[in-house]
Design a protein around this ligand. Structure first.
Ligand code: ADP
Length: 326
């Protein structure tokens, strides 16, 4: 029978997202509850290769459930793509006798985790942490719900000024190559149109829709543009529409505010459930897998799948947006 894990490490890697803190808290407390020792690795894989590794206790995670960001800090560590560098990381894990690792991050972080799992023989469980909600194997990623709420509230505020000045606003939302965040924030804030990378943008149709809106008595409009949209960023789209219609508009880029803020209740619950699942998964001998939430239940799937296959945008939500924004 495989050896049971005794000492685990936890790290956050790649883009930060709100909810990482409650997740770290859950990992640390579940580990201690089950009699394991737990080590925090700071600055993601950078800390792993630099041996920035510290023992944690239940108090290390006091009062962080409501805080955005990550107390363990995060980093992008391009060096980690090299096998020779990962070897240093594996050696540091061995030095601290860490035999299980929880990696909280996005698909890039999972590629690093996958390599560590294959080369180091260490037990690894990934937890999806990104505002983009683009990871296969989970309905929601840690950080998405909070980012969606932050973006929705920002768009609500932009709506106030748009309505007061009878203006068209192009609001840029984050999400890299995925439109999930832009789409859900746009639907929640009642945007007139949402442009996402997964659907080719038709500028003529957009221009017509905005002009028709004016004919129907609309005095202001909001178009949410996902940062990865094929037509360009919000400034480019605004210019193209202006050239076609002569309509003046304003642009607002939401930017990094979408990563921050106190995690929503949903986020805290998701992060806590996944954090516990990761530790109990390691204890049960699982490895090379990601814990996600599928149809309300914890589900483990191969980390390789989550690091390579992108989750598809929801057709149902695209249709909802189309119908409700007429
Ligand atoms: P995210 O995890 O949010 O997708 P990144 O794509 O920046 O963010 O990945 C985070 C980190 O994961 C990188 O800085 C690097 O340390 C590690 N990583 C990414 N891709 C690989 C890879 N192919 N092999 C090993 N490590 C990787």
């Amino acid at each position: 029978m495989a050896k049971k894990v005794k000492r685990i490490g936890v790290l956050t890697s790649g883009g930060d997202s709100s909810g990482m803190n409650p997740c770290i808290r859950a990992v640390v407390r579940t580990a201690i509850y089950h009699g394991l020792e737990v080590y925090g690795i700071r600055h993601g894989y950078q800390g792993l290769i630099d041996d920035d590794i510290k023992k944690m206790n239940t108090r290390s995670v006091s009062n962080i459930i409501s805080r955005g960001g990550t107390i363990l800090k995060t980093a992008r560590c391009l060096e980690f793509k090299k096998k020779s560098v990962r070897k240093r990381g594996i050696a540091n894990l061995e030095k601290h006798k860490i035999d299980g690792l929880v990696v909280i991050g996005g698909d890039g972080s999972f590629r690093g985790a996958e390599a560590l799992y294959e080369e180091g023989g260490i037990k690894i469980i990934g937890l999806p942490g990104t505002i983009d909600n683009d990871i296969a194997g989970t309905d929601f990623t840690i950080g998405y719900d909070t980012a969606m709420n932050v973006a929705m509230e920002a768009i609500d505020k932009i709506r106030d000024t748009a309505a007061s000045h009878d203006r068209i606003f192009f609001v840029e939302a984050m999400g890299r190559n995925a439109g999930a965040l832009a789409l859900s924030a746009g639907i929640s804030a009642g945007a007139e149109e949402v442009l996402v990378p997964e659907v080719p943008t038709d500028i003529d149709a957009l221009a017509k829709k905005l002009e028709n809106g004016i004919k129907k008595g609309k005095t202001s409009s909001i178009v949410v543009v996902a940062e990865g949209d094929d037509a360009g960023n919000a400034f480019v789209v605004a210019k193209k529409v202006e050239e076609k219609t002569g309509l003046k508009s304003r642009v607002s880029v939401l930017g990094n505010m979408q990563r921050g803020g106190s995690p929503t209740a949903f986020e805290r619950m998701l992060a806590s459930r996944l954090g516990l699942a990761a530790v109990e998964g390691l204890l049960a001998g699982r490895s090379g897998v990601m814990a996600g939430l599928v149809a309300g239940k914890i589900k483990f799937s191969k980390i390789k799948k989550s690091s390579t296959a992108k989750k598809k945008i929801s057709k149902e939500l695209l249709n909802l947006d189309k119908i409700l924004s007429i």
